[in-house]
Design a protein around this ligand. Sequence first.
Ligand SMILES: [Ca+2]
Ligand SMILES: [Ca+2]
Length: 100
Amino acid sequence: MRRLVTGIVVCVVVLGVVGSSLAKGDAEGKKKKKDPDAAFNKRDANGDGRISVEEFVGKKEGDRAEKMKAAFQKKDKDNDGFVTKDEMTAKGKKKKKGDE
Ligand SMILES: [Ca+2]
Ligand SMILES: [Ca+2]
């Protein structure tokens, strides 16, 4: 009988810990989704701080790869073949900052 009670207590504790860590992970996950750094780092496979066209296109093939390449070239404002974090986070702004 005592063993059963211990088992139930363990279960409750484990569920509580798992539940709270899941809730925590969820909150952190939502935070990360909005974080452009996380999106950038995910793309930056080799971690050199810039995204090459290969990293940007990833494993896509055919039309999707072509679309990704076109999107990449739009992002690559200075046409150096790499998208930096600044270029990645810039949202379609064609003009430089301080142009107002
Ligand atoms: Ca890279
Ligand atoms: Ca660039």
